[in-house]
Design a protein. Sequence first.
Length: 182
Amino acid sequence: MISDALPGPRLLLVDDDETFCGVLGEALEKRGFAVRIAHNVPDARRLAEAEAPHYAVVDLRMPGPSGLELVSALCQAGGAAKVVVLTGYASITTAVEAIKLGATHYLTKPTDADEIVAAFDRDEGDPQVNPAPRPISVDRLKWEHIQRVLTECAGNVSSAARRLGMHRRTLQRKLNKRPSLM
């Protein structure tokens, strides 16, 4: 499917969902990108070291190291890679960290190839974005707090659980649940 002979800007697509990668990879190829796919951070690093990408789409949550580690590595590599973080587990904390680490944009799943390509071209914020029409829910606030503590603990679930005063398995169950958007 992904051919080395494809012309166009190099794009690194990193997500642990193989089916999603296949579909999104084909859609991005149709838009002129030469797509390389990895399903975890170590494989993505190897691909990026072999041939620096111009663009990257990085899932936040994968087995092993977080996509944030890859964002940091890609943005510090000295290349001009534009990185878009794509996640089904969005939080304010991870969005802020992704942007601080150098990501161009942060999108939540589901999204499509056109939104991703448009995100690569965004160099500035949009002052026309309207605030949410209602306050964030209590469940979402809990999710945000857990994400902030987890980030402060460098992703260490046991340490975060101790700081939050809960059992590690309880925290793991909470982390596996998809948060509500509001």
